[in-house]
Design a binder for this molecule. Structure first.
Ligand code: ZN
Length: 256
């Protein structure tokens, strides 16, 4: 599990550098949850929440696709668009969604599902660029049924499969030199927690897994990787648990 969380953080650092000039996406891990989603907070910062139960048994193709899909939502500004659509349709909750009239629900659903397919395609583009197979990566979607916000998983995978030939692999060589995926765990942790001064016990469970202090790319190779040698990775990752209140524009995601 710890390795999965680290992998998520590495991908997050890579994508933040590639798409957002290194502006950190706040990554929140939630224990005993399968929820995954992206949202923008009141300060305008991007947030990514990962239920640890969701990723626990994923292989690296699947994990990469999941995170790439979520970044697809962020890059394509879907949290903002979701909010606009929900305001337009007067939706404040899943109950409101359910209560929409037949015609409104159909139109609303179409808009929401389109965003999922867009995020899938961008996600596929990203994982291809990272050397993963998008169809294998998306395989966890196959068991997912259709919902108001999500198309059925089989359709999503079929779309990726049929588009595979024309999907352009994202070129990561420019922005970050693929560095994040090559870093050792200790280096990633060192970058995430550069000056670790507090004893573990004094950090409560609401501390975020922040990617705030990733060094600028001109300091490549200059990480204080040694400071965390011998550090218990799994212990540090318990720091990364944040149970956040769900904003009302939360993309309902037992899936993604
Ligand atoms: Zn999604």
């Amino acid at each position: 599990m710890a390795n999965h969380s680290l992998e998520v953080l590495k991908l997050s650092v890579l994508f933040d550098n590639h798409f957002f000039d290194g502006a950190p996406t706040q990554v929140h891990f939630i224990e005993n949850s399968t929820m995954v989603g992206t949202w923008i907070d009141e300060q305008g910062a991007a947030n990514l929440t990962i239920g640890l139960d969701r990723i626990q048994f994923m292989n690296s193709d699947q994990l990469a696709f999941l995170i790439a899909h979520e970044y697809g939502h962020l890059v394509l500004k879907h949290p903002q668009k979701t909010l606009e659509i929900q305001q337009q349709y007067g939706v404040n909750s899943t109950f409101d969604e359910f209560m929409l009239s037949f015609d409104m629900k159909r139109d609303y659903s179409k808009l929401m599902r389109e965003m999922e397919l867009e995020a899938d395609l961008l996600g596929a583009q990203l994982v291809l660029g990272l050397g993963h197979d998008p169809v294998a990566g998306a395989s966890f979607l196959l068991s997912e049924t259709k919902s108001i916000q999500h198309p059925e998983g089989t359709l999503r995978v079929a779309k990726i499969k049929s588009g595979k030939e024309s999907i352009q692999a994202e070129d990561f060589s420019g922005t970050f030199g693929d560095l994040a995926t090559q870093l050792s765990d200790a280096e990633v942790l060192a970058a995430l927690v550069p000056s670790y001064t507090q004893p573990i016990d004094s950090i409560d469970s609401t501390v975020k897994a922040a990617v705030e202090s990733w060094p600028a790319s001109d300091t490549e190779g200059g990480y204080a990787g040694d400071t965390l040698h011998g550090f218990e990775v799994s212990v540090l990752l318990t720091v990364a648990v944040l149970v956040c209140a769900l904003p009302r524009w939360w993309r309902k995601t037992s899936g993604t």
